[in-house]
Design a protein around this ligand. Structure first.
Ligand code: SF4
Length: 332
């Protein structure tokens, strides 16, 4: 049998946080894959573990975070077992992340150009190159033009506080693209920006990754943005992926009760009143419910839902972690 290597494969990932209240069991066995050149979306309510998953991939969890199980395979190699040198190559040449808050992502006491020079220089050194400062600056100014920053020279010599939110996010996108040669992770990249420029930033990311044929993981609350940007969507709830499908399929016919509630809660331009949303809230990770973590909020919950975690059932076009679909599983 031929073994297929995904670009990224997250297998049964479990992450906990130590807190003064006790151990929070946040990620509960996360599974997903990203292929070369593929754009993957991850949707779900705030607090369902999306950012924790991405930070674990880059091994930048806060000090109270612990990986309690699982593997993160990048091109077949487990990131969780890599030494510092190999990890540095991943972070500086292969995967980059754009964060929600561009203000927090930039160091306020250094000029933007100095920060970018530092990142680019280390990335080049890992490639065995020794660029001069003039060469680095020229490359950075080209990147600023590529992300359509007006007056690149002025931006280069500015401190972050001298730039608008949209300009700072463009700088962060340029920095990420300078180092991401294979996979870009965009974690809610427009959440903290004015509504008027959110669309511009998303379109910019799409154009840039298309031109470079990068793989992308886009995390977003904005379901419309995900719909227009990605090939495949995972739905995450309380530390588990609960559904995955091609983007059109998922929006056309969501299967998991949580996905149906999530899509029904999205505001619609056509009106129709204010949606009721999904009753209840994400569980307390100190004592999450047994079985399917969605069971306290699910109006179709059965006895088995409170006892056993549902595996992914394969429905052909969708994979769904819900006991309602056990009989429909194509393999089962
Ligand atoms: Fe609802 Fe049970 Fe499906 Fe969970 S497994 S979503 S509780 S029906």
């Amino acid at each position: 049998m031929i073994k297929i290597n995904h670009l990224l494969e997250v297998r049964d990932l479990k992450v906990c946080y130590r807190t003064y209240r006790g151990i929070l069991k946040v990620l509960n066995g996360v599974n997903f894959t990203v292929e070369k050149g593929e754009k993957v979306g991850i949707i779900g309510e705030s607090g369902c573990g999306k950012t924790t998953t991405m930070k674990t991939i880059l091994r930048i969890l806060p000090s109270n975070g612990m990986v309690c199980g699982g593997e993160i395979l990048y091109d077949g190699r487990n990131i969780l077992e890599m030494g510092e040198n190999e990890l540095n190559i991943i972070r500086r040449r292969k995967i980059a992340m754009i964060f929600q808050d561009p203000t927090a992502a930039l160091n306020p006491v250094f000029k933007v150009g100095e920060q970018f020079m530092d990142i680019l220089k280390h990335s080049k050194i890992l490639e065995g190159k020794k660029p001069t400062e003039d060469e680095l600056k020229e490359e950075i100014l080209d990147m600023f033009k590529e992300v359509m920053l007006p007056d690149p020279e002025r931006v280069f010599d500015s401190y972050p506080f001298q730039l608008s939110g949209g300009m700072k996010q463009r700088v962060c996108i340029a920095m990420a693209l300078a180092t991401a040669q294979e996979l870009l992770i965009a974690d809610e990249p427009t959440t903290n920006l004015d509504v008027t420029i959110q669309d511009q930033i998303l379109r910019l990311i799409k154009d840039l990754v298309d031109r470079r044929n990068l793989s992308v993981i886009l995390i977003s609350h904005a379901l419309g943005a995900v719909r227009g940007l990605v090939d495949r969507v995972y739905v995450m709830y309380a530390g588990n992926m609960v559904e995955v499908a091609d983007v059109k399929e998922l929006f056309r016919e969501p299967k998991h009760p949580y996905t149906r509630g999530l899509l029904a809660s999205a505001p619609k331009l056509t009106g129709g009143g204010i949606s009721k949303g999904i009753p209840g809230r994400i569980p307390d990770y100190l004592n999450p419910p047994n079985g399917c973590r969605f069971n306290p909020r699910c109006d179709q919950a059965m006895e088995i839902c409170r006892e056993e975690v549902p595996p992914f059932f394969d429905l052909g076009s969708h994979k769904v972690a819900c006991w309602l679909y056990k009989e429909e599983d194509e393999n089962g």
